[in-house]
Design a binder for this molecule. Structure first.
Ligand code: DND
Ligand code: ATP
Ligand code: GLN
Length: 555
């Protein structure tokens, strides 16, 4: 049995379903592991399919191809001296499994199955997989190693069983998506496991955007006393090598790299930028377009897009109508200039007036209302989609979580677009991030530093400018109040009575509840966006569209 181990964690960005491309990424990691003379190379959960392949797992050919790719990769370990820990889909006892195969010198020497299949929130693993039994350790280079897979460590019994059966080190491959505070939650979890079990753990996560989820990487290694001995980068790929020696107290890290962690304000920005970049790139687009109104939401989306793609790949269009103020035009142009992006002005005056004219026989002499207002938004949506079609850029949509909650957006108008980086940010959080980005340039972001969002945009009252002198507050409660109620109602799922007990007016809470319920049909038809909180609209939140429930608590 060896008393030294060099272990590499490949924190990579696989694309779901891209079996051949993911296999090439894995081969590259194997080459790096050989060059770094590592004993063990670990890949993240379901690496070759990417996490999570959803109903691709119902296609028998996909499973056949994924298992063939796993065999190819196992064969590539021949004469490398590297033991590969490869998480993959697998068949065992006639059932589909979320598994790990361990390969050495070209052969598969062991397989282990995931025992705890998460089935809540954004996870549906029991829809596809059958759980394995409590896993036994695997002996690698004479060392008994435990390989719990992701959710397995969220319950005490899997690690406890592995250690009782002799595991001296735990290697945990993950597909663990980011949301607020998740990095701390994971560390506290692992700390608790290690305090119970007394062995070190290497925790590997994948990185990258996958539809609405962002995987933040931030892989780490921890000793039984809770000390962090290795820490990979957040929101970037990384290759984390650590050296371990057998001491009187068990395996301890003798050399590991600890990266500085991202700050609490930086993480949502980085998550939005990475989620946006990967959604657009993995969908085959290189450029994006958006309507730049001179308001805060489109300014922040433009800044995120510049951070994701660089100024040359972002196209902003101002689409004025007669209610568009001179201040909005000046602010939009100023913002585009600060960001260094292409800026065009396309008036919607004539097409809107032409539509209104043609509709006169149908509208008759009914009073002006939301119908005329929405034509402006829909004309902007039409123009922007035309530019997307012609120039091949993806249209970004800009509705924040507060607006998406209460339906304050025009369906088939400003809701047009392929992706929405603000979807899980309440309005006040959008302001906060704008100020934060003006003062900070995060790592891995391609935009300029300094005040890239003009202060006048941050300071002015939000307005849709669909009629003269309109402000959002004509239709909605002040955003600080609306956001506080939404946080309680949507994110914490509190009852009306509980929200009123926090000091909010009952009539207002009931009004917001009604708006939130009614707007479900809009959200179902809305673009995907980055999930940042445990309760994002979209993946993981399943509410009926036709819904007769009304909360009468405390009445
Ligand atoms: N349950 C349901 N299932 C399916 N469809 C349903 C539906 N209920 C209504 N509808 C359809 O939806 C239509 C109503 O929705 P919609 O046409 O969007 O119109 P609506 O929601 O009435 O108005 C849009 C609101 O968003 C505001 N807005 C617009 C643009 C930008 C901003 C901003 O500041 O960001 C704000 C605008 O001031 C207005 O208050 C109905 O006419 C009907 O066709
Ligand atoms: N005059 C305009 N020119 C270009 N795009 C516009 C214009 N007005 C609205 N849009 C687009 O429609 C979206 C919704 O805009 P609107 O101004 O109605 O509401 P908002 O939520 O206050 O957004 P913002 O803060 O960006 O203004 C904007 O983010 C922008 O993408
Ligand atoms: N892939 C998984 O098993 C993930 C589940 C786990 N609760 C997490 O978010 O990390």
């Amino acid at each position: 049995m060896t008393d030294r181990l060099r272990i590499a964690m490949a924190q990579l960005n696989p694309k779901v379903g891209a079996l051949r491309a993911n296999l090439e990424l894995a081969r590259g990691a194997l080459d790096d592991a050989v060059a770094a003379r590592t004993d063990l190379l670990m890949l993240s959960e379901l690496f070759l399919t990417g996490y999570f392949p959803e109903d691709l797992l119902f296609k028998p050919q996909f499973i056949t191809d994924a298992i063939a790719a796993a065999h190819d990769l196992a064969a590539a370990t021949r004469d490398t001296g590297v033991t590969l820990v490869l998480p993959t889909v697998w068949y065992e006892h006639g059932a589909l499994r979320n598994a790990v195969v361990v390969a050495e010198n070209g052969e598969i020497v062991a397989t282990r199955l995931k025992r705890e299949l998460p089935n809540d929130d954004v996870f549906y693993e029991r829809r596809y997989f059958i759980p394995g039994p409590l896993p036994e350790p695997v002996t690698v280079k004479g060392v008994p190693i435990g390989i719990p897979i992701c959710e397995d460590i969220w319950h005490p019994w899997v690690c406890a069983h592995l250690v009782r059966k002799g595991a001296e080190i735990l290697l945990c491959p993950n597909g663990s998506p980011y949301w607020r505070n998740k990095q701390h939650i994971r560390k506290d979890l692992v700390r608790a496991r290690l305090a119970e079990d007394g062995v070190p753990m290497l925790y590997l996560n994948q990185v990258g955007g996958q539809d609405e989820l962002v995987f933040d990487g931030a892989s780490f290694a921890m000793e039984p006393d809770g000390r962090l001995v290795a820490q990979g980068k957040s929101f970037e790929t990384d290759f984390i090598v650590s050296d371990w020696a057998l001491t009187e107290d068990g395996w301890r890290c003798v050399e590991g790299r600890v990266e500085e962690r991202t700050s609490i304000d930086e993480t949502p920005w980085r998550a939005c930028v990475l989620g946006l970049r990967d959604y657009v790139h993995k969908s085959g687009f290189r450029q994006v377009v958006l309507g730049l109104s001179g308001g805060i939401d489109s300014a922040v989306v433009a800044a995120m897009a510049v951070d994701a793609f660089g100024p040359d790949n972002v196209h902003a269009i101002m689409l004025p109508y007669r209610y568009t103020s001179q201040a909005s035009r000046t602010d939009a142009e100023d913002c585009a200039e600060r960001l260094g992006i292409r800026y065009d002005v396309v008036s919607i005056g004539e097409p809107v007036d032409a539509a209104l004219h043609e509709l006169t026989p149908i509208f008759g002499n009914r009073p002006l209302d939301i119908a005329e207002e929405n034509i402006q938004s829909r004309m902007r949506g039409l123009v922007l989609m035309a530019v997307s079609n012609k120039l091949g850029s993806m249209l970004l949509t800009t509705g924040n979580k507060s607006e998406m909650a209460v339906g304050y957006a025009t369906i088939y108008g400003d809701m047009n677009g392929g992706f929405n980086p603000l979807k899980d940010l309440l309005k006040m959080q959008v302001y906060h991030l704008a100020r934060w980005r003006n003062a900070n340039k995060p790592d891995g972001c391609l935009g300029p530093s300094g005040e890239i969002i003009p202060i006048s945009i941050i300071d002015k009252a939000p307005s849709a400018e669909l009629r003269p002198d309109q402000t959002d507050q004509d239709s909605l409660p002040p955003y600080p109040v609306l956001d506080a109620v939404l946080e309680a109602m949507v994110e914490q799922e509190l009852s009306v009575a509980e929200i009123v007990a926090k000091g909010h007016d009952r009539a207002l809470v009931k009004h917001i509840e009604k708006l939130v319920n009614i707007a479900e049909y809009k959200r179902r038809q809305s673009a995907p966006g980055v999930k940042l909180t445990p309760k994002a609209f979209g993946i993981g939140r399943k509410y009926p569209i036709t819904n007769g429930y009304r909360d009468e608590s405390g009445s």
